[in-house]
Every structure is written in C-alpha cells, then in structure tokens.
Write a protein that binds this ligand. Structure first.
Ligand code: SF4
Ligand code: SF4
Length: 95
C-alpha cells in the first residue's frame, strides 16, 4: 500500500468512525417490528430525532407511538431511548 492509498483509507475510517460516534449511520431496512411500552416512555423525545422516516409520532401526553406503515425496522430509535421503552415485537414469542 503506497502513502496516498494509506492516507485515503485512513481518512475514510476516521469519517466513518466520526459518523458512528454521532449516531449517524446508513439506515438499514429490516423486517423487524418495534413498539413503545407506554408506561416506560417519559416523552423525552429523543427517539423522534433518531427516526429519519418520521415513523414516530406523539400522543397528547407526549408519549411516543410508532407508525408501522412508515417504520422500516432499522432499530435506530431503540439506541436513543435511555428508558428502554422501544422494544422489538417478536412474531413468535417463546412461551
Ligand atoms: S426516547 Fe424513549 S422515553 Fe423518550 S419519547 Fe422516545 S420512547 Fe419515550
Ligand atoms: S425502527 Fe425506529 S427509527 Fe427505525 S424507522 Fe422504525 S420507528 Fe423509525
């Protein structure tokens, strides 16, 4: 690897690492479904900023609700919720 190639690859890694630290990453579409556990949600609004698909809306008392028609299952909102109020819906939950 020559000096120019090394510098180019290093710069790319630094940029990707920086975006990850800021919580910015490529949104991954999945078949996963998520829901908000109402009693855990305190209406802080952090998840609203995480969702780039505008799939999260607020109830009158500011609790988060996921619009399943808009949600692409990326899971980004889960990482932003410090109260662990957003959980994946298991299609076949274990008994
Ligand atoms: S980040 Fe969690 S606690 Fe805050 S509004 Fe969203 S679901 Fe509710
Ligand atoms: S998983 Fe969360 S962040 Fe991703 S699209 Fe659905 S509501 Fe938005």
């Amino acid at each position: 690897m020559d000096r120019k190639e090394f510098l180019t690859k290093s710069a790319g890694l630094v940029i990707i690492s920086g975006l990850s630290v800021l919580g910015i990453s490529a949104q991954e579409k999945t078949n996963k479904k998520y829901t908000v556990i109402d009693k855990r949600c305190d209406g802080c609004g952090h998840c609203f900023r995480a969702c780039r698909d505008k799939a999260l809306t607020a109830t009158n008392d500011r609790k988060a609700v996921i619009d399943s028609q808009k949600c692409i299952g990326c899971g980004d909102c889960v990482r932003f919720c410090r109260r662990m109020a957003i959980v994946e819906i298991e299609e076949n939950p274990k008994a």
